[in-house]
Design a protein around this ligand. Sequence first.
Ligand SMILES: Nc1ncnc2c1ncn2[C@@H]1O[C@H](COP(=O)(O)OP(=O)(O)OP(=O)(O)O)[C@@H](O)[C@H]1O
Ligand SMILES: [Mg+2]
Length: 334
Amino acid sequence: MNALSASPSAPVLAIENLSVSFERGGRRIRAVRDVSLTLAPGEVVGLVGESGSGKSVTMMSAVRLLDPRRARIEARTLQVAGHSVLDLGKRELEDLRGPTVSYIFQDPLTALNPLLTIGRQITEGLRRHRGLSREGARARAIELLGNVGIPAPDLRVRQLPHQLSGGMRQRAMIAMALALAPKLLIADEPTTALDVTVQAEIVRLVQRIQREEGMAMVWVTHDLALLARLAGRIVVMYGGRIVEDAAAERLYETPAHPYTAGLLASTSRLDIPFRDQKPIPGSPPDPGEDIRACAFAPRCSRATDECRTAVPPLRPVAKAQSVACFHPLTDDRA
Ligand SMILES: Nc1ncnc2c1ncn2[C@@H]1O[C@H](COP(=O)(O)OP(=O)(O)OP(=O)(O)O)[C@@H](O)[C@H]1O
Ligand SMILES: [Mg+2]
């Protein structure tokens, strides 16, 4: 049985003032800077931002997936379903992963053990956490593989990861991640490596299961357009910080941060406004630099001296919309 329990109304994820850095070649890489993010049970959040903006490091820190010898993690609060992950021992962390939180990676090969059959990798969790018999767990594994659209699941269950195609492996990893119906699913660009058709199928699949199970989810992606169908709330990261956090509808209609507006402008989907499709000029900040300003200022047409000398705090500008900008594009209080 799972030794960990928490009140059902506790946030599934509570991050307050998280900063994460790495030592690399004698430099300190500031991957995540003062990030706060809370998710209610059942909430679906899309986490977007350019490559290197700190999305994976934020989410991996929350689940303690980073090597503690390499990453320096500091946070006022870092809780999953009410449990302080920084205080948990190895055993307690294992109890948390699976029934409470699961992580789907971009590359299924990082999560799947190449030496164990797909079936074995799914049944292990079921037996450990659900106390199922060998036969019971196997039957459930076959059912789960069928649920994620894997044909002939009774055959696949006996195969090794390399015997499956990329799309099938991704489905198998999703089946594994969902086997214990976690309260929180973190999907870290799980479709980036797949072709567009398979990508759409996987998105629909995860969406269906999310609705059926009512689980909370963080979907990490570069692709704002993809999130339009998926997320109720969007969080935008830039240079290791959250620059905007808003209800999805609001964000697509009235982005407040110039960077969000830029992302929307460079998105290619036709069902979204702001479709001039021009990439944001300039390049992202150097994570090795200790920036005491708005990291987006060098690329921002609205930047003033204030932006170049102080870090704008994340503050509400409307109902269900917060932005870290001294000159937001929208301010309902103005
Ligand atoms: N183990 C590590 N050691 C050193 N630096 C790291 C490590 N992991 C991440 N970083 C650095 O931290 C920063 C944030 O990386 P992160 O992987 O969170 O970005 P991301 O937003 O997930 O990007 P992508 O969209 O490419 O996945 C980057 O500058 C990255 O190089
Ligand atoms: Mg990433």
